[in-house]
Each structure stands twice: as C-alpha cells, then as structure tokens.
Ligand binder design. Structure first.
Ligand code: PLP
Length: 400
C-alpha cells in the first residue's frame, strides 16, 4: 500500500485566489457588462524591456547554430550572470559577495520553498502574520510543527516583535508582501543581532528590493554587520524586470553561514545548498540568463527603472487617493502594495464584496494572508496607469 506524505494533509487549503475568482464570476453572471478593474493579483503588466528582449533574441539565435549551441548549463547559473549580480547588486553597494555564493534559479518562490530541504525538521520557525503563504505551507509540507507567528499590524507599526520563545529560523520579507511596509536599518539589525546571539538563521526575501526609495531602508540584509553569518538572501527578476513569466531569480548563501548538527557541530550551508541544487535542479535556461544579464547593462537599467517608476506612480495614486478620501493606508512608499484598513468594522471579505458590487474594483482580502490580516485589504500597483486612476476615482467618488 502506497503511503501518502501526510504532512500535505496538514496544509490548509488556500481559498484566497480561487475564492476571489469565484466571487468575480458570480458577479459577472449577474452583471455581464460590468467593467471590473482588477488590482488583486501581484503580477506585473508592463512588457519586458527592449534591451532584455534583444539579448534573449540573440541568445536564441546562438542556440540554433552548431558552433554556439549550449546544452545543460551549470546548475548554479552561468558565471556571466553571477558576475553581474555580484558586481551590481552587491560590490557597487559596498557588499562583498563572491560568485560562488550566488545560486541562480527559476524563482524566489522555488528558492524560499526549497530552502527547507537543507534545514532540520525540528527547527522552530518564526513567520510574520500576515505572510507570503509559501513560507508557512512549505514548512508544513516538510513536517515542521513548531511555527511561531510574529504579528505585523498597525499596532506595532508593521515592525514585528522578535518572539519571546527561542526560534531557529526567521522569515523576513522586506519590502513586505502583503503589507507593502519596510524595516529600517536599525529595526532589521535587531533581528540580525538576535540571530547571531541565538545561532538562528534569517531567510530574507527581498523580491521587491527594486521598489525601495527611502535612504534608511536597507536593500540587502548584508548591509547589516554580521548578517553574512546568519542570513540567506533571496532576490528575483520577476518584479524588478518583469520576469514573472520568464522565470529567473537568485539566492545568496554566504560561505561563512552555518547551521548545526544535533551535537552542535557547525555545518556550512553553502555546500549543502549547492548539493541540493545539483541534485534536484538543472539550471535556468541560457536564453533566460542572457536576458537577466541584459538587465545590468546601462540601457537595461534605464529601461527597467522606467517601468518601476510607472508602478511607483500607481502606488502613489492609490495611496494618496485613498488617504484623501479618509482611508487609513499603509505601505506603498517602498513597495508595489498598498495595505488599507477596512473601514466601518467590516471584515476584509465583506469589504471585498462591497468594493466589487459598488465600485467594480477587485483587491485582495487581508485575511487571506493570515489571521492578523483580517480587517485589512491589499491593492497592487501593478495594474495599468489608466485602470489605477479609474479604480481610485471610483473608490473615492471624485476625479483625480
Ligand atoms: N517572494 C515574494 C514575497 C513574493 O511576493 C513573490 C511573488 O509574488 C515571490 C517571492 C515570487 O517570486 P518569483 O516570481 O521569483 O518566484
């Protein structure tokens, strides 16, 4: 008799996006002509920039010629891309990361999910509430039972408190999905200091790093002294360069970062992650990596920054519009998400229905990201400018 991995039975069904789709469908059946604006799902809408497309075309042509064809690439990613990452994302910002510490992958979702493979099942895991659901679900799937929640609400200014009990693994997503809020350097330093003192590990997801504008918000956890001893950083080209459909990201696993055996013996995580990737992953396509490389050219940088500016303008329109209309709003300054407090004591699903029925605008109910998200609502800045303006005009009942 084949046995199922019963850990999977412990994972809560995620009804969030299917429930959203169901409610939209029902509404559409009753109102077939309704012009619904969707600011719910966190996917980009602008096309990939010309410099990246040009590089990918060129790489594709290389694949069609005998002399330049490439088969399996290195599991860790091609050096041409790892060198650009090390130089542009770290060295130029005063952080020394060697290319052997960079692992190119097909997504930060896979990386933040797969990283649990190299960590013991009896670790105590701290995650924020609300949270990007991947962190929680992948730990449950791996059989980890000891999960501690760090509330992140307006009451603590979205700066989660370090749990009173000892924790071994701490997930930090910054800029945050779903709240769109950030941590300042001194706030992040407290987590790093805690991890150093307690021999804990920080899993730092900075998929939205490109949206940071404030000087005192760190772009990398390695800006904090000692972080290379205790943190893995995850980055992605998805939101930075519109790669959500192309798939390219990377994880940084510093050489000096260790975890421990039950007997307390140090084990370096870099070779372990390398072993995991070489065993279960066969690398990101060459064409994709050439595209990601082009992100770091002068023109590529200029072009992706224009796209990011476009989304940042949307975020401002959402935040300022709602504020003017009297809503309590958070996030959106250093992130493509605006997190609003649901008014009049409604639940986040009641607000979803009200917004859909009265304004024909779709967002994401905060409770879908965890219990502490109840009473909040997420709007994304990844829509078109025109739709963003239209949606905010409808919600606020005035023209912008
Ligand atoms: N991390 C966070 C916090 C996200 O919100 C997302 C996507 O929405 C991802 C990672 C996924 O990134 P990728 O497209 O690189 O898998």
């Amino acid at each position: 008799m084949v046995k199922v991995n019963e850990n999977f039975l412990e994972v809560k069904q995620s009804y969030l996006f299917s429930e959203i789709a169901k409610r939209i469908d029902e509404y559409k059946k009753k109102n077939p002509d309704a012009d619904i604006i969707k600011l719910g799902i966190g996917d980009v809408t602008l096309p990939i920039v010309p410099k990246v497309i040009e590089a990918m075309h060129k790489a594709l042509d290389e694949m069609g010629k005998k002399e330049t064809f490439r088969g399996y690439g290195p599991e860790q990613g091609y050096d041409f891309l790892r060198e650009k990452i090390a130089e542009f994302d770290y060295k130029r910002k005063g952080i020394d990361i060697d290319i052997s510490e960079i692992f190119v992958s097909d997504g930060a979702k896979c990386d933040t999910g797969n990283i649990v493979d190299i960590l013991g099942t009896d670790n105590v895991v701290a995650i924020t509430d609300p949270v990007y659901p991947v962190y929680l679900d992948t730990n449950i799937m791996a059989g980890r039972k000891k999960i501690v929640y760090m509330k992140s609400t307006k009451e603590n200014n979205f700066v989660p408190e370090i749990p009173k009990e000892r924790v071994d693994i701490i997930y930090i997503c910054m800029p945050n999905n779903p709240t769109g809020t950030t941590l300042k350097k001194d706030e992040l330093k407290k987590f790093v200091d805690y991890a150093i003192e307690n021999k804990s590990l920080i899993l730092f997801d900075s998929a939205y790093e490109a949206f940071i504008v404030d000087e005192d918000v760190p772009h990398s956890i390695y800006e904090i002294e000692g972080a290379k001893k205790v943190a893995i950083e995850f980055r992605s080209f998805s939101k930075t360069a519109g790669f959500t459909g192309v798939r390219c990201a990377y994880a940084v696993v510093p050489k000096e970062l260790c975890a421990y055996t039950k007997e307390g013996k140090e084990v370096a995580l870099n070779p372990l992650w390398n072993r995991r990737q070489c065993t279960k992953f066969n690398g990101v396509p060459y064409v994709t990596q050439r595209g990601a490389e082009a992100v770091y050219t002068e023109e590529g940088q200029k072009q992706i920054k224009e796209n990011i500016k476009y989304y940042q303008r949307n975020a401002r329109i959402i935040k300022e519009g709602l504020k003017k209309a009297g809503y309590e709003v958070y996030g959106g300054d250093n992130a493509p998400y605006v997190w609003l407090k649901v008014p009049d004591g409604l639940t986040s699903w009641e607000f979803f229905d009200k917004l859909l029925e009265e304004k024909k605008v779709v967002g994401t109910p905060g409770v879908g990201f965890g219990d502490a998200g109840e009473g909040y609502f997420r709007l994304t800045a990844f829509g078109s400018y025109e739709n963003t303006v239209k949606a905010i005009e409808r919600i606020c009942g005035t023209s912008l």
